[in-house]
Ligand binder design. Structure first.
Ligand code: PHE
Length: 341
């Protein structure tokens, strides 16, 4: 019977071809050719229908035997090829004597570290942290801080405008308004840390983004001496005992009276050096008593309530402390700089 011979031949040929395969990529081709839906065995078995009634069962049984034999052989061959390849890949790729690849965990940015320092020191003095947005309304950034439209004091802050009513905050002071409006008529003692933006020429001394720490206290009988005492305490915790402070009259639209606060130079201890421009003093804050108009805008009656506010830079003191000559390093993303801190 021709059909049975053909089946035998197919089995022989299939087994031989299977032995001749070299790698796993060839396995699917073999499978498709011999056992696939349009493969050679299927084609042969289709002819079984044309055989006589006696021959048909014989050929059918033989067909199933061939199919089983080829499938078993395929499985065995596939297992052995894959095992061989795995073995080979292990031999090549894993050299357990190589040194490990070091993990390089990052660390905090200098600005972040400074900010955390400020937060800790003020937390010890009972100040909570109030976070306010970096994108602000003109109203909060200026108008409600007693700087109406077209007031010349707006020139103190070169401003990035988002549109006619929205700005990138030029200082952290607009947070004062948000905080007061949220917490009045309760007393307040908060710091407001955050990033600020100014539309300025970038130079070694000025960036268009930088951090500030704002402070705000609102209560009954809060006085100028509370402000000075708070800043003195801060300076000693941050820069060491026995600091000297100096208060100079100044102007901010949202404080009255307004002052600038100096501390004896941390490098020369007040002797005079290049860093303090031979004055012996470094400015650490703009500050003052919260202006009655601002208290009112925040929801507090200035006849009953008073408060102090201050604003401090973060990068400049860090520069002085670490001898950093150019503020642009803070955002330059140069690892040679960042890794030093
Ligand atoms: N917001 C002021 C500035 O950026 C600093 C300041 C804050 C002054 C609070 C007084 C009170 O220049």
């Amino acid at each position: 019977m021709q059909n049975l011979e053909e089946l035998d031949a197919l089995q022989q040929e299939g087994l031989k071809a299977l032995e001749a395969l070299n790698n796993s990529a060839e396995l699917p081709h073999w499978y498709r050719e011999y056992l696939g839906r349009k493969g050679r065995l299927t084609t042969l078995l289709r002819g079984v229908g044309n055989l006589s009634a006696e021959e048909r069962p014989l050929a059918g049984r033989r067909g199933n035997e061939v199919k089983k034999a080829l499938e078993d052989a395929f499985q065995t061959r596939q297992d052995s090829i894959l095992a061989g390849e795995l073995e080979a890949s292990l031999d090549e790729a894993v050299d357990i004597t190589l040194p490990g690849r070091p993990l390089t965990p990052g660390h905090l940015h200098l600005s972040t570290r400074s900010m955390r320092n400020y937060r800790e020191i003020f937390a010890e003095m009972g100040f909570q942290v109030y976070e306010a947005p970096e994108v602000e309304t003109d109203e909060n950034n200026f108008t409600l801080l007693n700087i109406p439209p077209y007031h010349p004091a707006r020139d103190m802050w070169d401003t990035f405008w988002v549109n006619d009513e929205v700005v990138l905050r030029t200082h952290t002071s607009p947070g004062q308004i948000r905080c007061m409006r949220q917490y009045h008529p309760d007393p307040i003692r908060v710091i407001l840390p955050g990033k600020c933006y100014r539309f300025e020429q970038i130079t070694p001394r000025s960036e268009h983004q930088f951090y500030q720490i704002e402070g705000l206290a609102v209560g009954h009988n809060i006085r100028m001496t509370d402000l000075i005492g708070t800043l003195r305490q801060f300076a000693e915790k941050m820069y060491g005992e026995g600091r000297r402070m100096r208060i100079r009259g100044s102007y901010f639209p949202f404080t009255e009276p307004s002052v600038e606060v100096d501390m004896d130079c941390i490098l020369c201890k007040g002797q005079g050096c290049r860093v303090c421009k031979h004055t012996g003093w470094l400015e650490i804050a703009g500050a003052g008593m919260v202006h009655p108009v601002v208290l009112k805008n925040g929801g507090y009656d200035p006849a009953e309530w008073s408060g102090f506010a201050f604003g401090m830079g973060v990068e400049r003191p860090a520069m002085l402390q670490h001898g950093i000559e150019d503020i642009r390093y803070f955002y330059g993303n140069d690892l040679r700089f960042l890794r030093q801190f």
